[in-house]
Design a protein around this ligand. Structure first.
Ligand code: GLY
Length: 335
């Protein structure tokens, strides 16, 4: 059964991007140019993809879909797949750090222009949870599958079982077991969960988010990344937002939903991301000990990013150009 067939298509008439969206957020030095929201959607829309952190291969893979006129949903899936397959990234997909028992468990979600959502949490032995999440969205009447059920569904859909624990991540886990101390280290290795947002040449926005979660977490722990409204939220009339960092804090503040709602009320993506972080730091006095970063993109192609600690940033691919921009942060000095 194709659940999406039952769902009404969201109307986006009247909103389109008229000119190449030169961005004025993230304290970037990019030059300002005029931007215009127009009712005439026949004008050229310039596609764009943004992602958390400096995930160059991922934004390139997404851009390759967008530049051929492909859909944003395909772009974000392909972008996230690039990172899931990269065994050097110990926070996403194969090669991701295991839980404290040595099992690699993955969380991912995807959301399309129609407001449909699919997700898997705590899934083992499958390299591409983002694609399984898409299958959940498109091929089931459900939105979220967990653990063994998610794995079983993936296999039924043709995904192959594979050991996700690489020699390198096993070695690191064995070293960790000597002390068995979990100490979050802010911006360790300078990469984390990938959250991705894209606008295609029709002006439609989609997003995806995928992670292996917190290294050496308790078995069964699930963070924000695959939870709608927390790790990701898309509204095709407004824009999208996605998160990285300490998932518990994003979950408690429903961060990505908050940011999209703030943009709906007129905040820029940058202002909305800053407010998302402010909600966390005002409610948790321990905020100096963890990192959270947000990325947002509105329907005009404007983007923003903000985080608690320095070290986070946003990658963007547009007009054949790939850039990475360091985010401004609540705490100014590196700890
Ligand atoms: N943001 C990823 C996680 O907390 O699992």
């Amino acid at each position: 059964m194709k659940r999406r067939n039952f769902l009404k298509k969201a109307s986006i008439t009247g909103i389109g991007l008229a000119v190449a969206p030169t961005i004025t957020s993230c304290e970037t030095t990019e030059k300002k140019e005029s931007k215009k929201i127009v009712a005439d959607t026949s004008k050229t829309i310039v596609p764009v993809v943004v992602a958390t952190w400096n995930f160059k291969n991922a934004t390139k893979a997404a851009w390759e879909v967008l530049e051929k006129g492909g859909m944003a949903i395909d772009a974000v899936e392909q972008g996230c797949r690039a990172e899931e397959a990269d065994v050097k990234n110990t926070t996403v997909g194969k090669g991701g750090s295991p839980d404290r028992d040595g099992n690699v468990t993955l969380d991912a979600c995807i959301m399309n222009k129609e407001g449909n959502y699919g997700a898997v949490v705590c899934m083992e032995n499958i390299v591409h949870p983002v694609s399984v999440a898409r299958k959940v969205m498109e091929e089931t009447p459900h939105v979220l599958l967990a653990g063994k059920g998610a794995e079983q569904f993936a296999v039924e859909q043709g995904f192959k079982r594979e050991n996700l624990l690489t020699e390198a991540s096993k070695k690191a886990w064995e070293k960790w077991k000597i002390t068995s101390e979990y100490k979050p280290i802010i911006n360790i290795e300078n990469h984390d969960t990938i959250g991705m947002l894209a606008i295609d040449s029709k002006g439609d926005i989609s997003g995806a988010c995928t992670t292996s979660g917190m290294a050496y977490k308790m078995a069964g722990r699930v963070g924000d990344s695959a939870v709608i409204g927390s790790g990701l939220f898309i509204d095709n009339t407004v824009g999208g937002a996605t998160a990285t960092g300490m998932g518990e804090e994003v979950l408690k503040t429903v961060g990505s939903f908050l940011i999209v709602e703030l943009m709906r009320q007129g905040r820029t993506p940058q202002e909305a991301c800053e407010e998302g972080v402010r909600r966390i730091v005002t409610s948790n006095p321990n905020y100096k000990n963890f990192q959270v970063g947000y990325v947002a993109l509105n329907k005009k192609g404007e983007y923003g990013c903000y985080c608690i600690h320095p070290g986070f940033g946003i990658s963007k691919y547009q007009d054949g150009k790939q850039i990475y921009i360091e985010s401004s942060s609540h705490i100014k000095k590196k700890v």
